[in-house]
Each structure stands twice: as C-alpha cells, then as structure tokens.
Design a binder for this molecule. Structure first.
Ligand code: ASP
Length: 319
C-alpha cells in the first residue's frame, strides 16, 4: 500500500499568536482536525484521493469559521459568491465553479462539473442549474450569511476597500481593528491515496467587498489548484490576482517536472521568491507523488494541518 497522506489549509494571512484567544485557537484547530479525519477515513479504507479532498473540504465549507461555503465573505453588493475547484492527478481532469450563490457545497459542484460535464469551469446561473439538475443541495442565499462577515463587509465598504480576507497588517487606514478580521480564509486539501493517485481541491468566498463578478485564483486550474500524478497536488490561498498571474500551482508542478526540483524547493521558489517579488501574499499546501508534503507561506501565518499514514494529526497556525 502506498504511503497515504492528506494536508489541509484554512487560509493564510496576518495570523499572530498575540491576536488570538485560546478559544478561537481551539475552534480553528478543531475545524482543521475534523477535516483531516474526514479525509483520512476515506484514504485509510483505500478510497480515492479525490473523495478524500472533497470530504475534507466539505467539512470546512460547512464550518462558518472559514471563508468558504457557510461563512463566506461579502461582495461589494452585499452578497456571498463562491468559487471552488478540484483536480484529479491521475487523469488530469478538473472541474470548477465560480460566482455561485446558492449551492450549499461548491466543491461538490466542482466535482460534478469534472465527472458529469464536458467542461472544466462553469459560472453563476449555469453552474447552479447544472448542480441542481444533478441533485446537489440548493439553499437560499441567506444560508451563507453570518453576522461576523457582514460586519466585516460594512467596515470594508466604509473605506471602499477590497479586502483580502486576512491581510490586517496591510491596512494603511487601520480600519481592521479586531483580531478575527485579520485571519481566516479560503480552504483547501491535497492528498495521496493508497493507489498512488494525487488530488487537490480548493473552495472560497473570495475577497471581502470584491466587485462585479470578480473571480479569484481558487477556481482557476493551474493558479489556485493543480494535481498531476507525475509531480504533485497543490492548493493555494492568498491574494488571488497574484496567484493567477504567477500561475502558482502549476508553476510548482512545472519546476518539478521540467527542472527536477524537489517539492520543497519548487514551493520555496514560487511562494518565497516569485510571489514575494511580485507582492503576492499567501501560501500553499502540496503533496508529491512520494508522499512528501509542504505547507509554504510568505504571510504571518496559515491555518494548516496534516494527517499521515499512521493517523497522526498535526495542526499549525503560526510561522
Ligand atoms: N485566494 C482567494 C481569492 O483571491 C482568497 C483567499 O485565499 O483567502 O479569492
């Protein structure tokens, strides 16, 4: 049996020990652990990495602490619009949805696009119709409302700012006052299963106060998500515009494929050099075909965790 492994993230950003309370730390740690255990159960029973990353992400979408599914941030029009994607490293098939507002679990819709349509990326009404026709749970858009995110958006519109969910320190006007506003974010999972197959999944509410149909990196294959059995599986979180321009997830895979870099070196090159030079804050989680993993970020912290073949869980928040 191959070395199974699952890594998850719950967003990167200005997350410092000083800005955290023990209760919040506990809640985030628990949320990440639940996700890891959900995916591990599948991997342990020789299930696929695709099923494992989906299951892990669903738990994070359902957890209002994270900016994906329930608990997503608000757009400039006071709505919740979500993006998600998934990729299979074995076939390099992929599916994604963007700007959806009534699909309870956007990651399930991304999987449907991959499995049941000839397409890769579907947006808005079409994606919702497709999900509904295939039996996915559709909810009223109010399901995604949380007071906490609403208040966060109210502060953001006052200053007409498009806010990365977790970039508190990059806040020249100082309007981000509370600790909780400086963290949380997109969620993602990457895994290697017993058959040696890699998969990656990412889901997000995007950026607070994002405008008119803005779509980030999370549903863009190669930018926010990528998986290839010859190299690695990657899920990203951070300032999406930079991750799209630097094609972050694919770039890591390409450095491994063409330049024979190790996963760790490839991730360092892209996250700690290229992105930093360009000004792109954030991080990635990745697993390679041999079961090596990395959680590389250039921000203050990243909610992250890993579960190894022996079932041992490790969760981290700070640098
Ligand atoms: N990458 C996401 C986006 O730009 C945001 C995040 O990771 O929190 O939509």
């Amino acid at each position: 049996m191959n070395k199974i492994i699952l890594v998850v993230h719950g967003g990167a950003g200005t997350i410092t020990k000083q800005s955290m309370t023990p209760e919040k730390e506990k809640a985030y740690t628990e949320g990440l652990t639940v996700a890891l255990e959900a995916g591990y159960k599948i991997l342990k029973n020789r299930g696929s990495s695709l099923d494992a990353v989906s299951a892990a992400v669903v738990t994070l979408e359902d957890n209002p602490l994270f900016n994906a599914g329930k608990g997503s941030v608000f757009t400039s029009e006071g709505k919740n619009e979500m993006d998600a994607s998934i990729m299979d490293g074995k076939t390099r098939k992929a599916g994604a949805v963007a700007s959806v507002n009534t699909i309870k679990n956007p990651i399930k819709a991304a999987r449907l696009v991959m499995d049941k349509s000839p397409h890769v990326l579907m947006t808005g009404k079409g994606a919702i119709r497709f999900a509904q026709e295939n039996g996915l749970e559709i909810v009223d858009s109010s399901y995604f409302h949380t007071d906490f995110r609403y208040d966060q958006w109210q502060k953001s519109i006052k200053h007409d700012k498009i806010q990365l969910d977790h970039s508190g320190d990059k806040d020249p006007k100082g309007w981000l006052k509370t600790e909780t506003e400086k963290k949380f974010g997109t969620v993602g999972a990457v895994a290697l299963d017993a058959n040696g197959n890699l998969a990656a999944a990412t889901s997000t509410g995007g950026m607070t106060n994002k405008k008119w149909g803005r779509i980030g990196d999370s549903p863009i294959i190669g930018a926010g998500t990528y998986a290839n059995n010859n190299t690695c599986a990657v899920s990203c979180t951070g300032h999406g515009e930079y991750f799209i321009r630097d094609v972050v997830a694919y770039d890591i895979s390409a450095l491994m494929e063409y330049k024979k870099l190790s996963l760790k070196d490839a991730a360092e090159e892209v996250v700690m050099k290229k992105l930093v030079t360009d000004g792109g804050e954030g991080g990635i989680i990745a697993v390679d075909k041999d079961g090596n993993y990395t959680m590389t970020f250039n921000s203050e912290g990243m909610y992250r965790g890993v579960i190894t073949a022996d079932g041992k869980v490790w969760v981290g928040i700070y640098k």
